[in-house]
Design a protein around this ligand. Structure first.
Ligand code: ADP
Length: 847
């Protein structure tokens, strides 16, 4: 492509240059001809001016001579009579005294004669430096047309067959008397013309005086070349001739032209030189022009190439169209044009697509804006530059109690701002302008609703610079509920100080930050004030609560008053709040309740005892009968004297053993009936089960029930009130026996199991009694629920209270017609029980 551009550039340049060259050459010739004419005219004029000046020099010199002191002195004594005619005095070969040598000094052609005439023109004296005599026309008298008494006169005149310059001026003697004229005669010949044209190149130009009547040359600068008496027509082929009229000389007979001759050859040579020079210049200019033009085309085309390549890549990427395929054959420009048309079409299509997309986006954006305006919980109001409402959303309608149509166009401040807040709003508006978009001008103000009521609001102002004006969007958030909430929070904040219970706030390091007035007793006990630290042990409790993040409860007794202190950690802030409660009354009530409960338990136990007393009596009967028998036997043997001491000792041992057994039975009875304060003792659950079973041995035997003991091999350590837990077990086994009594004798079974289940001590009492209806299970442990004729309905209720006091659980499962199982869970003791020692110790204490 660039090479084609270069060739096209060169060819176009050459064609243009050739055409222009021809036109310009013609034009140059024309201009040159005109210019030459002007130049020749100027040259001729210049020559004429020189010539004229030359003549003027003669006039000036003549005046000087005529007025010269020497001449006037010379004339002083002379007197020329007008009447007498005398021959003039002729000075030859020497200069008269009245004539100084001015001509040589002024480089003028020397005169052939200088005449001195009297006032009538009669010649009195003649200076004749050469051999030639004065022309006859002036030799004796100078015609008066050549003389002028007022001024110097110069005339060119043909005298004889020669041309002369006659310069004359009036002369006076020293006394001022008119003496006549001084007349200078200078032949106008080659030398005269040469002197007049001094410095002119004769080869290039010549001048001549021509008689205008017959067009003949009278005198020429170079009489060899321009021969006098030849006509101008003879020289027209050789010279370019310019002729001008000489200035008029008053009184002159001759009518002369001043002609300038420039040889044709020199003109043509110059013309040729100019044309060649001009053509060379033109050629150089054309070459430069072609080069620049070609370079520009080259650059433009290579740039175009680059642009096209870029466009190709761009189009491939952006529009996914194929390359124009410039590498293919065919007219590249046509290909390019096609491709550009295709490309333009695609760009237009893409533009339309973009415009459609843009419009769709605008619509979406409008819809989004409308949705936002509709959905906004805040009132949104847009004001124009003059503060009038131009947009107003539904929330604003609700807030101000005015419809959109009524609000549009009103001045916002006048309609919705109470007088007092207008200045603040104005300031907010000003501030929002200076802040720009971020952050917004924001502030809390009061606005007036349509019904005149006032609402506290938070206003954010976003100035929006549109093309021709600036508008403001106000986001108005009703903060009346927040204000109310703040009031409530403030009043809530007073809660702590108004609370009758002590409330304190401490840091996690135990430093008291706040304490209400009800905290005085606590502060006194701790000997601390707000700003000081808690005592070490309490500070440690605070630190535990803060570290674990879990509330902690402690009790503090101050001179008979008991306080429950709840340490509530506030993790984020690193504080712990201490809420204290005076629980003296609660503790007292608990104490009383415990006492009542113990009494109730006791009463209950007595009632149980009533039931087992008969059995116990029977049981006692056996050892007592055995003792009686053994004692009687011994007595008999001692009385008969047959008894060996050995036999007696055996009988006595039996008596002792039976007595111990009786004593044991009585001890148990006493233990059960006795009223002891509740105490916790380590024991083995299995041992307690066995103990209860042996209590009820008589009853079981009576009912023909064999208790199946399925106890764990390992001792189950518990820490309990032995009497209370025994009573619970006694209740459960007693109830089971009551239930079994309702069943035929062969189907009475009682199984007691014990084990450790899920970290708890567990015992279950299962019977094959009639079972309990499901709807009764829920109320089984309520007080005074009984199905027995003589029952109190307190057994299970008391059992449940006892078990819960021991952090245990009691519950029942039953299948009607199959039997019931009562379960009891108790916490395991931390250290394994030395059950025997503990039990024995406790029993001994009881005993
Ligand atoms: P009381 O034995 O004085 O009735 P309890 O509180 O000991 O009081 O028992 C309440 C009731 O629970 C009993 O009247 C009885 O109806 C029922 N009950 C308790 N244990 C059993 C059991 N093993 N089988 C069936 N019913 C039972």
């Amino acid at each position: 492509m660039p090479w084609i551009a270069i060739v096209i550039g060169l060819v176009a340049g050459l064609v243009i240059w050739t055409t222009l060259d021809q036109v310009q050459s013609r034009q140059v010739d024309k201009i040159f001809g005109q210019e030459l004419e002007v130049q020749l005219e100027l040259r001729a004029r210049e020559s004429l001016i020189r010539f004229d000046r030359y003549l003027s020099s003669y006039a000036a010199t003549t005046r000087l001579l005529a007025n010269h002191r020497k001449l006037s002195e010379y004339l002083e004594p002379l007197f020329w009579s007008p009447e007498e005619t005398v021959d003039p005095v002729i000075y030859k070969d020497f200069r008269p005294t009245w004539l100084p040598d001015f001509f040589e000094r002024d480089a003028l052609s020397p005169p052939s004669h200088v005449l001195l005439t009297d006032p009538s023109g009669q010649v009195r004296e003649i200076f004749q430096p050469g051999p030639t005599q004065a022309p006859a026309e002036v030799a004796s008298s100078v015609p008066t047309q050549f003389l002028d008494e007022r001024e110097v006169r110069t005339v060119i005149e043909r005298l004889g067959n020669r041309l002369y310059l006659l310069a004359s001026d009036a002369v006076e003697d020293a006394g001022g008397y008119d003496m006549g004229y001084l007349v200078v005669l200078v032949p106008v010949d080659d030398a005269f013309l040469a002197a007049s044209q001094r410095g002119l190149n004769v080869v290039r130009a010549a001048v001549a005086l021509v008689d205008s009547d017959d067009q003949k040359i009278v005198a020429s600068l170079d009489s060899q070349a321009l021969i006098p008496e030849t006509t101008l027509g003879d020289w027209e082929d050789t010279y370019v001739i310019t002729s001008q009229a000489l200035p008029e000389y008053e009184g002159a007979n001759s009518n002369l032209l001043f002609a300038t001759f420039v040889p044709h050859a020199s003109v043509e040579k110059m013309s040729r030189h100019v044309r060649i020079f001009e053509r060379r210049q033109r050629f150089i200019a054309a070459a430069v022009y072609i080069l620049v033009f070609t370079a520009v085309i080259y650059l433009v085309s290579s740039r175009l190439n680059k642009v096209l390549k870029r466009m190709t890549r761009f189009s491939q990427r952006a529009l996914g169209i194929a390359e124009p395929g410039f590498d293919r054959g065919g007219n590249q420009l046509v290909l390019l044009e096609d491709w550009i048309q295709h490309f333009t079409q695609l760009v237009l299509t893409a533009r339309e697509e973009m415009s459609r997309k843009h419009q769709a986006e605008m619509r979406e954006s409008e819809a989004l804006k409308a949705a936002m305006m509709e959905a906004s919980l805040d009132a949104i109001v847009t004001l124009n530059h003059g503060g009038r409402v131009i947009e107003y959303n539904p929330s604003a309608e609700r807030l101000f109690g005015m419809t959109r149509s009524a609000a549009i166009g009103v001045v916002f401040t006048e309609r919705f701002m109470p007088e007092v807040t207008r200045a603040a709003f104005k300031r907010l508006l000003d501030r929002s302008q200076h802040l720009g978009r971020e952050p917004l001008g924001r502030g809390e103000l009061i606005v007036a609703r349509a019904d005149g009521s006032e609402v506290p609001v938070e206003i954010s102002i976003a100035p929006i610079a549109l093309v021709d004006e600036r508008v403001y969007t106000l986001y108005i958030h009703d903060i009346s509920s927040r204000k109310q909430a703040e009031q409530e929070i403030k009043s809530l904040a007073r809660f702590a100080s108004e609370s009758p219970n002590p409330i304190l706030r401490v840091t996690d390091a135990g430093l008291i930050v706040y304490a209400n007035s009800a905290s005085r007793p606590l502060l006194r006990a701790w000997e601390a004030e707000p700003g000081e630290g808690l005592p070490a042990d309490w500070a440690a409790a605070v630190s535990v609560a803060a570290r674990t993040g879990r509330p902690l409860e402690r009790e503090l007794e101050i001179s008979g008053q008991v306080y429950s202190l709840l340490f509530a950690p506030i993790r984020d802030l690193g504080y712990v709040n201490i809420y204290a409660r005076d629980i003296t009354a609660v503790r007292r009530a608990e104490q009383e309740s415990r006492q009542h409960q113990a009494e109730l338990v006791h009463v209950c136990r007595l009632s149980t005892m009533g039931e087992v007393a008969t059995g116990m009596a029977h049981e006692l009967n056996q050892p007592l009968s055995a003792i009686v028998n053994y004692a009687n036997g011994c007595t008999r043997r001692l009385q008969s004297g047959v008894g060996q001491p050995q036999e007696l000792v055996g009988a006595m041992d039996q008596i002792t053993a039976q007595a111990k057994r009786a004593s044991e039975i009585i001890r148990r009875l006493r233990a059960l009936v006795g009223k002891q304060p509740p105490t916790r003792t380590h024991a083995d659950l299995n041992h307690l089960v066995r103990e209860v079973c042996s209590f009820l041995e008589f009853e079981t035997t009576r009912l023909g029930v064999r208790i199946l003991l399925d106890l764990s091999e390992e001792a189950i350590p518990i820490c309990v009130d032995l009497v209370q837990i025994e009573q619970v077990l006694l209740n459960l086994v007693g109830n089971a026996l009551d239930a079994l009594e309702m069943r035929p004798e062969g189907r009475r079974q009682l199984r007691i199991r014990s084990d450790v289940d899920s970290g708890k001590a567990h015992v279950s009492v299962a019977d094959s009694g009639p079972g309990i209806a499901p709807e009764r299970i829920a109320t089984l442990f309520d007080a005074f629920v009984t199905t027995k004729e003589k029952g109190m309905g307190m057994g299970l209720a008391i059992s449940q209270t006892i078990v819960e006091n021991h952090e245990g659980r009691i519950w029942a499962e039953s299948d009607v017609g199959v039997g019931s199982t009562f379960h009891l869970n108790l916490p395991l003791a931390e250290r394994p029980a030395d059950e025997t020692r503990d039990v024995i110790e406790s029993l001994e204490t009881l005993g």
